[in-house]
Design a protein around this ligand. Structure first.
Ligand SMILES: *Cc1c(COP(=O)(O)O)cnc(C)c1O
Length: 384
């Protein structure tokens, strides 16, 4: 493409149409900015904006208060010794895998692990052993499965895996496995455990120390009301020297972080949202109650909620035979549900899905959730 005026005309400022819809997209619910973060985004939008008073280490910047945030507030919030901000949950996982394991080592993870856990392991040239689950409809992971997988790795490779990983919750069904049990099973074999909290850190109370996790990972743009890409990585003291090893040539720079991570607006949006994020995790019981209420209402219409029942998280997966049946005989086919929801200003179920889909009730509130419930009821009745 030639960079002439014609081709340049389609770029420049691009308006994002305000959604102004009830958003039930699990990917987006926890990443919607607070007003404070929205202001911070504009204020700190210039490249390298936070570097005015940097002496060479991002998390030592005193003004703005990045030092206090990273070394005081976040360790307290996550219940872990050492924290860094990264460019995302996947970068956090890669940093741990790459530093804790040697090429050819094994990682044990739950079969419901996110694709980024696999890709991070592959980038670090590690082998992966997955812990199976009970399959449809509960997809329950038995913590004892970690013992079996670890023993298989020992049998096949002659030594324990370098790391175990638990997705907490998984991004498909929103299942929360007993992390404490998984941690104690792994520790029996001296295998450290990484908790992937991409869908929990910033939404629900989660404390690595209480659960026995050695590493904890969160995603700012997924669950901490931040404009990403940004993530957090918490590491137990015991492993901090390994994961945060400094460069022999550039003595202030941590190798796994490539010397610096969230060097601009992203960290300032995370800091701006933090007071709200801390408060909202304290409201978690109400969020779970809303999710259960919503699930019960949809099940009353013949939908089936897959995964943990009763559910313990806002991310839920539904099977909807009635909606699938409609899609088979209406003119708009499988797009009918998307169109009907869109007409009611409800956003977040992927276009074309009817038989299975996931959604999130996080922070939507009973009024709007009631409207969503009524809308499903209307849509099903309309095509009866
Ligand atoms: C979204 C998600 C990720 C990826 O998070 P990033 O911050 O975008 O890297 C990782 N794990 C799980 C379980 C997720 O849902």
């Amino acid at each position: 493409m030639a960079l002439d005026d014609i081709s340049l005309q389609k770029f420049g400022y691009i308006e994002r149409k305000p959604l102004n819809a009830i958003n039930i997209d699990p990917l987006q619910r926890g990443g919607i900015l607070t007003d404070e973060a929205r202001r911070a985004l504009v204020q700190w939008g210039d490249g390298y904006s936070v570097c005015d008073f940097c002496l060479g280490v991002l998390d030592e910047i005193k003004t703005p208060p990045i030092f206090d945030f990273v070394h005081d507030a976040l360790p307290e919030f996550l219940g872990i010794d050492e924290v860094r901000v990264t460019n995302g949950a996947r970068e956090s996982k890669f940093a741990v895998m790459h530093s804790m394991a040697n090429e050819g080592d094994w990682v044990v993870l739950d079969k419901l692990a996110h694709y980024t856990s696999y890709v991070a392991a592959q980038r670090a040239h590690l082998n992966v052993k997955a812990v199976p689950n009970s399959g449809n409809p509960d997809y329950k992971t038995d913590p004892e499965g970690y013992a079996t997988a670890i023993e298989e790795v020992i049998r096949e490779s002659g030594k324990p895996p370098a790391l175990a990983l638990l997705t907490y919750p998984d991004g498909n069904y929103g299942n929360l496995v007993d992390a404490k049990k998984v941690a104690s099973v792994c520790h029996e074999y001296d295998v450290p455990l990484l908790l992937n909290g991409a869908y929990s850190v910033g939404k629900m109370p989660i404390n690595a120390k209480k659960l026995g996790a050695d590493f904890i990972v969160g995603s700012g743009h997924k669950s901490m009301a931040s404009s990403g890409p940004i993530g957090v990585l918490g590491v137990k003291d015991e492993y901090a020297g390994i994961v945060f090893e400094k460069s022999p040539t550039n003595k202030l720079k941590e190798i796994e972080l490539l010397g610096c991570t969230a060097r601009g607006a992203t960290i300032m949006t995370m800091i701006a949202s933090f007071p709200t994020v801390v408060k909202r995790t304290q409201n978690w019981d109400n969020e779970v109650a809303d999710a259960r209420w919503f699930s019960e209402k949809l099940e009353g219409m013949g939908l089936i909620q897959i995964g943990d029942r009763p559910h313990n998280h806002d991310l839920m997966f539904f099977e909807a035979p009635a909606l699938y049946e409609i899609s088979q005989r209406v003119k708009k086919g499988r797009y009918f549900l998307y169109k009907e929801l869109k007409a009611r200003n409800i956003h977040g179920i992927k276009a074309g899905l009817t038989k299975f889909f996931k959604l999130s009730t996080y922070g939507v509130g009973r009024d709007d959730l009631s409207f969503v419930v009524d809308s499903f009821d209307e849509i099903i009745k309309k095509y009866e």
